[in-house]
Design a protein around this ligand. Structure first.
Ligand SMILES: NC(=O)c1ccc[n+]([C@@H]2O[C@H](COP(=O)([O-])OP(=O)(O)OC[C@H]3O[C@@H](n4cnc5c(N)ncnc54)[C@H](OP(=O)(O)O)[C@@H]3O)[C@@H](O)[C@H]2O)c1
Length: 219
């Protein structure tokens, strides 16, 4: 089983992913700027699971102790958080969940100089880290209810095939089908879809619009 650190795992999306992976039997570390806040979130998840599978640490320590790191913070915190974990994630896979949204209007996607948050992470961390972008189109409301069968799909972008394969397996473990959607440059599409889904959520007064790929064989 893999040890997964969810950096920003005290938040809505990260906590939901952490819950799903811990439920699947993986060891999970919640990372936070505040280790006490991380442990509180971990205790909450362990209580839901009735098992002691989740622990909480500061972001850098969580990244040091894991096999795979997941970055789940608002885009405004992307660079500062990456700075904190840059050394600790060398040689590892970093899954970037970040979806950049316009600061003044969350219905609009935000243009990133690097092209996308995923590309920015890959450039910042360097070739020693295999950045894979995924899960931007999965609403936390799906994740936090373990009884819910997830009907939404995950687009997985990155430059390393083996890393993407491992992330696709983690998505399956969390109850979702995931697809290799090409190199990290394509992450801009998945990240942009988040703002599209927010508009659909608002229009239908729901919280859980997602995407589903048609025409592919499913087992
Ligand atoms: N919510 C969703 O349904 C959803 C769906 C798809 C994608 N996403 C994407 O996933 C990412 C996380 O979303 P979220 O809703 O979980 O976000 P969130 O709850 O607002 O924040 C997640 C965590 O990031 C840390 N953080 C927040 N502001 C920060 C700052 N200024 N500097 C450093 N750290 C900060 C906090 O952790 P600590 O204070 O404990 O350090 C917080 O608990 C975002 O990029 C979002 O667009 C979210």
């Amino acid at each position: 089983m893999t040890t997964i650190a969810v950096i920003g795992g005290t938040g809505k999306e990260g906590k939901g992913l952490a819950l799903r992976w811990a439920h699947a039997g993986h060891g999970v570390i919640i990372g936070s700027r505040d280790p006490a806040r991380a442990q509180t979130a971990a205790d909450e998840l362990n209580a839901l699971l009735s098992k002691n599978r989740v622990r909480g640490l500061g972001n850098a320590e969580a990244a040091r102790e894991c096999d795979i790191a997941v970055l789940s913070v608002p885009y405004e915190a992307h660079t500062t958080t990456l700075e904190t974990i840059k050394d600790a994630v060398q040689g590892k896979i970093l899954i970037d969940v970040t979806a950049p949204l316009d600061l003044d209007n969350k219905r609009k996607t935000r243009r990133i100089e690097a092209g996308s948050a995923g590309q920015a992470a890959q450039q910042f961390l360097g070739d020693g880290v295999r950045v894979v972008s995924a899960f931007q189109n999965v609403s936390y409301t799906h994740l936090s209810n373990l009884d819910e069968q997830l009907g939404c799909d995950v687009l997985v972008c990155g430059n390393d095939k083996d890393a993407k394969k491992q992330v696709i397996e983690l998505a399956r473990a969390a109850g979702m089908a995931a697809f290799d959607a090409g190199p990290i440059e394509n992450s801009v599409v998945a990240e942009g879809l988040t703002a599209v889904l927010i508009n659909i959520n608002i229009a239908f007064k729901i919280k859980n619009a997602g995407i589903h790929i048609t025409g592919v064989p499913r087992s």
